[in-house]
Write a protein of this length. Structure first.
Length: 445
C-alpha cells in the first residue's frame, strides 16, 4: 500500500515545523517513507534550502536525520535508516515533521512524501553488547564531548569515528548526532579496554545548538507552539534527567551559512545553563575567541559556569592536528565519573600542553579548577608544553593580570601574586594569539 502526500513551502515557512500526518495499519512489518523537494535552491540564492525530517509514531519519537542528502526512511524490526530507531512500526497515526531550517525563497518549494507499507514477516535483530573499559581509578583522562556520524550529517560512520579517537589516543569519545540517539547502541558497543564510548545528542534548533550528554533517551528540542517548551525549560529537563546540558559553540557563524548554529536564545544567556563549549572544531578560530569572551563576560556577572571543548568532528578531514580536547580529572574512566568532573570544572582544554590551576587558603585543602576559594588564598599554575614557544597568561574579570614566556618542551610551576575578584583562569597562547590551552576558572569568594 502506498500513500502520496504533496505540499508547498514558502519563505513564510522558514525555520518552522510542518506536520505531515499518515496512518499505519495493523500487521505492518516495514514502513518506508520517501521525501523529495524542489527546487533545491531558489533562483539567485547563495545557499540551498535545508529541510530535515523528524518521525514520530503513536508510541513516541522514532528518530531524525539532519542536513543529510539521504531523505528516505525505512524502519522495521531488524533495521532502520541511520538517524532512526529500528523496531516494529506500531499501528496508528504517525507524523513526519518537516523541520525547515532554511527556506530562502522567493521561489516556493514543492514537496512530496510517499508512505509505503509492507506486511511480509521480518525477523527482529539482536541488540549489540556494550563494551566498557576496566576500572582505572582516579586520574587525568583526555577525550571528546562532541562528534558526529552518518546518523546525522557526517561523512563517516561510527566505526570510523571510534577509529579516529583511537588514533588520537583519546580515553573517551562522545557521539552527539543532531536530534537523534539512534547511534548510541553501536557507539557503546564499539568501546573497549582502551576507550570509553559515550552517548549524547546535539539539540539542533533554529536559534542555537546545545549538547545533552549522558542520557540515551530522546529529548524534545523544539521550542514554541509546536512543543509548548522554552529553551530554559528544556535545559532544566535535561539536567533533571541527570544529563549535562552544554551551550554549544555560542558564537558560531549563523544564518544563512550555518542556519541556527549561533546561540540566540535571549532567555538563556546563560539562564540555568552551567556548561559552555568555548573550544569548538579544530584549530582555534575567531568564533571561539568570541565565545570565550562571552563566557568570561558571564563569569564576570557572577555566573558559575564551566567550560568544555568539542571537536564537532564530521569526517576524516575536518578536525586538524590542533583540535582542542577535554583533559578531565575524574574519579574513574566511566561516563558518570567523566561527566561529574566536567560539571565540576575539573577540566582544562588543550590541543597538547598540560595546564593546571589550583588554589589554597591558609589552613584549608587545595582547591581544583572549578572550585571556590577566598582572596587570601595562594594561587599556582602548572604547565608542560610541547613543540612551540607560548605565553602563559593569568586572566581575571578585567582581563590579563599577569604573563610569562614559556619555552617549547618545558614544564614548571608559577605562583600567582594577584588574586582578582570573582574568578581567575590561566591560558597558553602562541605569539599570533592562537589558544593552545585554557583552564576552567577558580572562583574567588
Amino acid at each position: 500500500m502506498t500513500t502520496i502526500i504533496n505540499g508547498m513551502l514558502t519563505e513564510a515557512d522558514h525555520k518552522g515545523h510542518i506536520p505531515v500526518v499518515f496512518d499505519v495499519p495493523p500487521r505492518t512489518t516495514r514502513l518506508s517513507v520517501t521525501f523529495a523537494a524542489s527546487p533545491a535552491r531558489a533562483k539567485d540564492a547563495f545557499f540551498d534550502n535545508l529541510i530535515s525530517l523528524s518521525l514520530f509514531g503513536p508510541a513516541g519519537p522514532r528518530g531524525a536525520r539532519h542536513n543529510n542528502d539521504d531523505m528516505n526512511i525505512v524502519i522495521d524490526a531488524a533495521h532502520a535508516t541511520p538517524g532512526y530507531v529500528r523496531g516494529l512500526p506500531e499501528p496508528g497515526r504517525w507524523t513526519l515533521w518537516l523541520d525547515t531550517f532554511r527556506i530562502l525563497g522567493p521561489d516556493p518549494v514543492s514537496w512530496e512524501v510517499r508512505v509505503m507499507i509492507d506486511t511480509a514477516p521480518i525477523l527482529s535483530a539482536a541488540a549489540m553488547a556494550e563494551h566498557r573499559p576496566a576500572p582505572r581509578g582516579q586520574g587525568w583522562y583526555r577525550g571528546d564531548l562532541h562528534a558526529h556520524s552518518w546518523h546525522s550529517d557526517a561523512v563517516w560512520d561510527i566505526p570510523d569515528l571510534v577509529a579516529w579517537a583511537r588514533t588520537r589516543q583519546l580515553d573517551f569519545v562522545t557521539l552527539t548526532d543532531h536530534n537523534t540517539v539512534s547511534g548510541h547502541e553501536e557507539m557503546r558497543a564499539r568501546g573497549g579496554p582502551d576507550l570509553l564510548t559515550m552517548g549524547g545528542v546535539e539539540l539542533t534548533t533554529h536559534r542555537g545548538h546545545a549538547l545533552s550528554l549522558g542520557h540515551s533517551g530522546w529529548q524534545e528540542w523544539r521550542t514554541g507552539s509546536v512543543s509548548g517548551k522554552t529553551m530554559p525549560g528544556i535545559a532544566t529537563e535535561v539536567m533533571a534527567r541527570g544529563a549535562a546540558f552544554v551551550i554549544a559553540h555560542p558564537r558560531s557563524p549563523g544564518d544563512p551559512a550555518c542556519t541556527g548554529c549561533r546561540w540566540e536564545f535571549d532567555d538563556l544567556m546563560p539562564g540555568p545553563a552551567r556548561l559552555v563549549e568555548i573550544w569548538n572544531g579544530g584549530p582555534w578560530a575567531d568564533y571561539n575567541e568570541e565565545g570565550l569572551a562571552l563566557y568570561r563576560a558571564w563569569l564576570a556577572e557572577g555566573h558559575r559556569l564551566m567550560a568544555t571543548a568539542g571537536s564537532d568532528h564530521h569526517g576524516q578531514d575536518d578536525a586538524g592536528e590542533a583540535c582542542g580536547f577535554n583533559n578531565v580529572h575524574a574519579a574513574d574512566l566511566t561516563e558518570t565519573a567523566v561527566l561529574d568532573a566536567v560539571r565540576a570544572g575539573r577540566n582544562f582544554l588543550s590541543s597538547g600542553p598540560r595546564l593546571v590551576l589550583w588554589a589554597q587558603a591558609p589552613g584549608a585543602k587545595p582547591v581544583e579548577m572549578g572550585g571556590a576559594t577566598s582572596r587570601v588564598a595562594s594561587l599556582a599554575v602548572e604547565w608542560a608544553t610541547t613543540d612551540a614557544d607560548l605565553r602563559l597568561n593569568i586572566v581575571g574579570p578585567e582581563g590579563r593580570i599577569g604573563e610569562v614566556e614559556v619555552k617549547a618542551g618545558t614544564s614548571g610551576r608559577m605562583a600567582v601574586d594577584e588574586v582578582p575578584d570573582i574568578f581567575v583562569m590561566a591560558e597558553l597562547r602562541a605569539s599570533d594569539g592562537t589558544l593552545h590551552a585554557v583552564t576552567n576558572p577558580i572562583f574567588i569568594e
